[in-house]
Design a protein around this ligand. Structure first.
Ligand code: ZN
Length: 527
């Protein structure tokens, strides 16, 4: 067993201890520790691991005293990070005293641009990242250490500090692909601060999969003309540096990942000041990028166009971004246990008591212990709705739908005289045959279209058979599973968080008749 592997196991066990105490699961035996430590930690713990983060600050040509607390809050509001801060001596100070124990951390986040670290600390940092540690470079951290070759390799691209063509190429997005431009010139520039549109160029990376493909950042510096080795680098997103604001006329790399040894680096050029860091684009990409750097995956919920808009910058104080975390009542990392004892049936198998039809003329009736919905020619969408409202809950049912028919389950929906003549509207969990978009969330009659940012078709629905749906809606978080497979985990603070549950029979024009059946409909309210 190499020292490196031993080190990682020690780190994994340490992380297990921390995570397990956080989740209050009590003690487990040393043998179990060892077995678990040998398994993938994250897999052993489900989706809800807590990663240890070290932010480095202390010198910067930016106001690190103001921005470090925002970086810390942005990470901590996800519930996925425990954040420490290591502050170096001031400029000109004795840097030999700056020697953090990187091995205690899963990921180091740099908000630092200043004096060189000691050779010992530099070597320890290189060992940490090369050996599998995570690193996140925020804004002017990519100005730092021009004379440290390993650092330039880690960040991929850097700016200022005398960087020029000797440091590597510019990376340009031209004619739909990235090219390396070795023409001579300075490294690093930016025009006037302004809000700008970020466009994802790699939408399959864990950091960008699950967020809109383009979105505005708040007023910030749009870094341009960065240069560096650019080895093992993937540019996730670019922004157009407009000559009208003093830019280059190029699509400049904004978000990047770099593989360095066994380590993962997330490089964001965003975050000049507290205004920029109040931009949801900065926050959400930092949250996701830091988790990826720490673990190689992103388990955070998908993000809608309401949180990351391509029309205007969305701004938040980081604390407002908080979404519900696991607690005594809910473990978001696990599918709800439909065999627990505290579920309440919404359908008695014999009558439609407790239900009312809204909109449309499709026929709903009890048949063989199921609720059967049958299409009616020319009818708009029809809904069989619970008479009462539900806010935070888990919901399960089985459904069998004709291949030709689209259906869905409304949650937290409303029918209001003042809104489109009582049109049923709100989040809908899609129901349709495979291959299809079943399980993703649609904003029925809200004008918002899909609330899920992507709807990659799956084959999880068993056509012509009963399919088990499980839905959890708590605060702004909506999760769905079909036949035990997780489909969606959505952060959506825009939708209603209370309303009825409704069973949809979609309009079919002159086709049909088609039918959909539901049975074993149960809810477990979360107080
Ligand atoms: Zn700046």
């Amino acid at each position: 067993m190499t020292a490196l592997i031993k080190l990682r196991i020690v780190q994994e066990v340490g992380r297990l201890v921390r995570v397990r105490s956080w989740r209050n699961h009590g003690w487990i035996t040393c043998l179990q520790f060892f077995i678990l430590a040998l398994a993938s930690t994250a897999a052993a713990l489900g989706d809800e691991a807590v990663y240890q983060v070290l932010i480095i600050d202390g010198q910067n040509n930016h106001r690190w005293q103001e921005t470090t607390p925002l970086i810390k809050a942005t990470l901590e509001t996800t519930g996925r990070f425990h954040v420490d801060v290591a502050t170096t001596p001031p400029q000109g100070g004795d840097m030999s005293t700056f020697a953090p124990d990187f091995s205690k951390y899963d990921v180091v986040v740099s908000n630092y641009n200043g004096d060189s670290w000691s050779e010992t600390t530099k070597a320890a940092f290189v060992d940490f990242v090369r050996g599998g540690g995570g690193f996140v470079s925020v804004h002017a951290a990519d100005n730092a250490f021009p004379d440290w070759p390993e650092y330039n390799e880690m960040i991929g691209l850097g700016g200022w500090g005398g960087r020029n063509e000797k440091f590597g190429p510019y990376v340009r997005y031209r004619d739909g692909k990235f090219v390396k431009d070795t023409s001579p010139g300075r490294g690093g520039s930016h025009g006037k601060r302004h809000p700008f549109l970020i466009i994802c160029r790699d939408v399959e990376h864990p950091i960008t999969r699950g967020i809109p493909t383009s979105f505005f950042q708040a007023e910030d510096e749009l870094y341009a003309q960065l240069r560096g080795p650019a080895a093992n680098m993937d540019v996730l997103a670019t922004a157009y540096s407009d000559p009208q604001t003093g830019g280059t006329g190029e699509h400049e790399p904004i978000l990047m990942t770099i593989h360095y040894g066994q380590g993962r680096v997330f490089h964001t050029t965003l975050g000049h000041d507290t205004t920029a860091m109040r931009g949801a684009a900065f926050q959400i990409t930092l949250q996701r990028g830091t988790e990826w750097a720490a673990s190689g995956k992103v388990t955070q919920p998908a993000v809608t166009s309401a949180q990351l808009s391509d029309k205007e910058p969305i701004m938040h104080d980081p604390q407002e971004l908080k979404f519900p975390q696991s607690n005594d009542a809910v473990d978001f990392g696990a599918i709800p246990d439909i065999n627990a004892g505290d579920w309440v049936a919404l359908f008695d198998g014999e009558s439609l008591s407790g239900w009312v039809q809204r909109n449309g003329t499709a026929k709903y009736a009890v048949a063989e212990g199921t609720i059967r919905g049958v299409t009616e020619k020319g009818s708009p969408n029809s809904f069989l709705c619970t008479e009462r409202d539900y806010s935070d809950f888990e919901l399960t049912f089985e459904v069998k739908v004709d291949d030709e028919l689209n259906s869905g389950c409304q949650i937290r929906s409303k029918s209001l005289p003042e809104y489109n003549n009582g049109r049923v509207h709100g989040p809908q969990v899609e129901i349709e045959a495979s291959p299809g978009e079943a399980g993703y969330i649609y904003g029925e009659a809200t004008g918002r279209g899909w609330l899920s940012p992507h709807q990659r078709p799956t084959k999880v629905m068993k056509n012509g058979q009963w399919n088990r749906f499980v839905i959890r809606a708590v605060g702004p978080r909506i999760q769905t599973w079909i036949n035990g497979q997780k489909i969606e985990d959505l952060f959506d603070p825009t939708s209603y968080q209370e309303g009825f549950i409704g069973l949809q029979v979609h309009g079919v024009g002159n086709r049909g008749p088609f039918e959909v059946r539901w049975r074993d409909i149960r809810v477990r309210e979360i107080k």
